[in-house]
Design a protein around this ligand. Structure first.
Ligand SMILES: Cc1cc2nc3c(=O)[nH]c(=O)nc-3n(C[C@H](O)[C@H](O)[C@H](O)COP(=O)(O)OP(=O)(O)OC[C@H]3O[C@@H](n4cnc5c(N)ncnc54)[C@H](O)[C@@H]3O)c2cc1C
Ligand code: SF4
Length: 462
């Protein structure tokens, strides 16, 4: 596996990003190379750093159980096609995770105990990009059609993974999507500077035959959930967790306060040609983003590119430590201070700050008032646009409960058993709708898992 002494010979190299001054002037991906994040030679040596530790904690750390030591070894041996075959066996969309996954696998890499981990995500992206460039990614065709019909509601990574696996197994799949185009948060939430939408189009073009997309259809209104279930042999709920957490302080109603998803979706629609103009564009404005997480960071990168005069990102919690704490040992996900590519581009970051109220003039926001947690005294910050990136409270299940009697848990997420089945027969759920706001890699893993469960059920009935 890899080169026996590779991890001693070569240091970890991370993919190069384009210079900040260049990248904030456009919406293209921040990483420098379009075909792979590292040069081919560097990729080989980085793969050669995998030391065949024997127990692949990296694979355990990956929700898809990607065979990381295997594909790293194949890249080291220059057997890229085989590496792609290995990767594609567990991951339907390595070009998405290779760009966007926070890489819990790297947090679990044995090398990371006292050195820097293998650059697994960059290797994954390079394999995926090489596979597309070489024409190895072809739509897999089912051996036989089963005549069974499955409805998938939602076309984010969970719905797409379920649809791809079910179509591959020979079932006729119809994907219902409320938005104008498929992709879920991949298309409408995540900005182009993290993943350009052409990456989604490229994947849609090679999905297995047997998938019919019906976009612009909101299930629950027309058709109803009950009608859709009656019309299909199985139903997949993959509707995400779209309900935003709001800010409950005086002044919330002022003009100039916007939810992160309204802000991000709008800009993505402008870039995608669905909208002519962004009503919330912050050019020349003083912007505050509440929420120090990934969504807040995506808002920060968007505000930079729109030409904001000043941007700051405020987080209620204190800053995480620079290194793992005693209660956060390897191989758990390292809860440490991170700087995203958007945060590298500028803007202020404030931690342990609580917003108490907002004030304005003539109905428009002008100031945010708050306090440092645990310290006396009010701080007033001038602001034109306040973006609320406070997370999500779960899926919108009102019509699902009314029309199907779907069970939800105390947090409002859809309840499933270990196979991904809900309390209603032949109705399954995957992704954020069941987990609460989570990650793409989990959505793909759950989409694949329920497809397998549905396939087993449908085959029993053949
Ligand atoms: C701004 C932002 C940035 C993120 N960045 C990252 C990242 O870098 N890396 C990462 O791993 N994760 C990231 N995430 C999280 C990740 O996007 C989600 O975990 C993932 O997309 C969930 O996939 P899903 O398929 O469950 O749902 P979604 O992607 O939310 O897709 C659900 C789809 O269902 C559709 N839908 C909902 N209700 C209906 C209905 N009634 N009828 C028809 N269609 C319906 C919606 O329109 C949507 O298209 C980010 C999230 C946000 C908000
Ligand atoms: S999908 Fe994520 S966790 Fe799995 S190998 Fe790729 S980067 Fe690592």
């Amino acid at each position: 596996m890899g080169k026996v002494t590779g991890f001693i010979e070569w240091q970890r190299i991370v993919p190069k990003k384009r210079p900040v001054a260049e990248r904030v002037r456009d919406w293209h991906e921040v990483e420098a190379a379009t075909h792979g994040p590292l040069e081919a030679d560097a990729l080989r040596t980085q793969s050669g750093r995998c030391m065949d530790c024997g127990v692949p904690f990296c694979t355990n750390g990956c929700p898809l159980a990607n065979p990381i030591p295997e594909f790293a070894d194949l890249v080291w041996r220059d057997r890229w096609h085989d590496a792609y075959r290995q990767l594609a066996a567990t991951n339907d969309f390595p070009e998405f995770t290779g760009r966007l996954c926070p890489a819990p696998c790297e947090g679990a890499c044995v090398l990371g105990i006292d050195d820097t981990p293998v650059t697994i995500e960059a290797i994954e992206k390079a394999i995926a990009e090489r596979a597309f460039a070489e024409g190895w990614v072809a739509a897999p065709v089912a051996r036989a059609r089963t005549g069974k019909r499955v409805a998938v509601v939602g076309s984010g990574p969970a719905g797409l993974a379920a649809a791809a696996q079910l179509a591959r197994a020979g079932h006729a799949v119809t994907v219902f999507e409320a938005n104008a185009k498929p992709g879920g948060l991949l298309r409408y939430g995540i900005p182009d500077f993290k993943m350009e939408k052409s990456v989604i189009e490229r994947r849609l073009a090679v999905l297995p035959p047997g998938i019919d997309f019906r976009c612009g259809v909101t299930v629950g209104r027309d058709p109803t959930w009950a009608a859709l279930r009656a019309d299909h042999d199985a139903l997949v709920i993959a509707i995400g967790a779209e309900r935003p957490r709001d800010l409950d302080v005086p002044g919330r109603e002022l003009a100039g306060v916007v939810l992160a998803m309204d802000y991000l979706v709008e800009q993505n629609r402008v870039i995608g040609g669905e909208l002519a103009h962004a009503a919330h564009d912050v050019r020349g404005k003083r912007v505050i983003i509440l929420g120090g997480g990934d969504t807040g960071s995506d808002c920060l990168g968007t505000a930079h590119r729109q030409g904001a005069a000043h941007v700051s990102q405020i987080e209620l919690l204190p800053a995480p430590p620079a290194a793992r704490g005693a209660t956060n040992p390897w191989p758990a996900w390292p809860l440490v201070f991170r700087t995203s590519s958007s945060q590298e581009e500028g803007g202020e970051r404030t931690f342990a700050f609580r917003t108490t109220h907002l004030t304005g003039e003539h109905g428009r926001l002008t100031a945010l008032h708050g306090e440092r947690v645990g310290e006396p005294g009010t701080i007033t910050l001038p602001v034109d646009t306040l973006i609320l990136a406070l997370g999500f409270t779960g899926p919108d299940t009102r019509l699902l409960v009314e029309q199907l009697g779907i069970a939800v848990d105390a947090r409002g997420n859809i309840v499933t058993d270990a196979r991904g089945a809900t309390n209603i027969q032949n109705v399954f759920c995957a992704g954020d709708a069941h987990r609460g706001a989570s990650l793409i890699v989990w959505a793909i893993a759950e989409g694949r898992a329920i497809a397998q469960a549905i396939d087993a059920d449908l085959r029993r009935a053949l």
